[in-house]
Write a protein that binds this ligand. Sequence first.
Ligand code: ADP
Length: 487
Amino acid sequence: MGLSLSDSGLIQTKAFINGEWVASNSGAEFPIFNPANGETIAQVTNVGEQEAKDAIEAAQASMQEWKVKSPAERSNVLQRWHDLIIDNADDLASILTLEQGKPLAEAKGEILYGASYLKWFAEEAKRIYGDILPSAQDRRSLVIKQPVGVVAAITPWNFPNAMITRKVAPALAAGCSIVLKPAPETPLSALALAELADRAGVPAGVFNVLPCLNAEEVGEVFTSSTTVKKLTFTGSTPVGKLLLRQCADTVKRTSMELGGNAPVVVFDDADIDLAVAGALASKFRNSGQTCICANRLLVQEGIYDRFLSKFIDAIKAFRLGDGFDKDTTLGPVITDKALMGIDAVVKGAIDQGARLVTGGQSSDLGGWFYEPTVLADVKPDMGIFNKEIFGPVAPVIKFKTDADAIALANDTSFGLASYIYTQDISRIWQVSEALEYGMVGVNETAISSELIPFGGVKESGHGREGSKYGLDDYLETKYICMGGLSA
Ligand code: ADP
């Protein structure tokens, strides 16, 4: 596959079930492409219903021993897994760039970010506390926390490493086992993680990886299984809704990290350079393919022209290219289908009256590249205003008052991340509290880390990943009433 790694054992192309690398029963495989040039880089095992059932069974069996290990034992395994990821970060970053396209430095950043969840939850594994509640004299009321059970996870291609560790680390810390279906575009990063999990001593069956092209088939097995007690999903809102409906029949616990439509609200009193830098980083990280990406730049009228001009100047410094080229600051988008979708959104906005300031077309580099694009004078009635773009396209919208800004920002069914730029302390509080979002960045767009509760409201989903709240998604609360205690 043209990749020179320090450890070629990190390239795995079969499914990982019950601690074994297995081909599918049918022998089926599917191709993985390099988005920078469209070439096939690997053929990966394509599992189906039977392998998914086998993995669930293995997860259920292995969990019986995993959940009763001491907190320190589970913690040690997660810590070892973390250390191995750090030791192999360069190789993991290369695998990630090859299949996903993001610049190598960004990929390395994702590996370290992904590893941070393992370290954090290795520590949190030792802090799963219960409670003793006030009770009548003849009884004691206790609350204990227990693992929810076998967890099924479905993850996207935009963060092929970190979206996995963010789910697996708390699940394992809580004492759950997990079956994972990674995105069909980027299974190699998931399989490399499985290889390192195995080396770290994660017991067979506790972490299983099921690459597959037919997401519906495996999704149906996950959601209909009575053994699987929880589904955790990161992906698009339509698929999240479908999975929620499918989970209803077994009344499964769910965590849903779905789409976003993040506003970056820049007020007249903002530090303009800070705002430009923040909007730029948020908009173009991973070529605009993150769910917390700036999706709408709402800029107050007094600062609008100056902001736009500085923003466009800064974009000129971008270097579009293959993620392995060290000068590249902007990689390709994930597929040719995604490329066409982004172009259609841009053309649609222009047809509706948006002003194209820069970009607006795919590039001739080969592969799936789209030029960084700015559309000015976008209006709320244009299709792009309510579209999760998932590409390097920045729509800029002018507003007048704080009330307008809040109304515009909230005028969406999504509610994941939002950002505001202002120096006014009362405005910071008023606007932050009025925004219907799970996360608000104030004068900052790099808001995510293992230390914070990542998640959304409205149709952006429910549940939180990371932080002291992140374990709750994988724990049940059990009340025990101990009676008959009167003398
Ligand atoms: P995107 O359009 O960004 O790929 P999706 O929501 O389609 O977002 O994909 C996110 C994850 O959900 C991927 O792993 C994908 O394979 C999976 N997926 C898509 N459709 C289904 C489905 N019907 N059932 C289960 N998983 C699905």
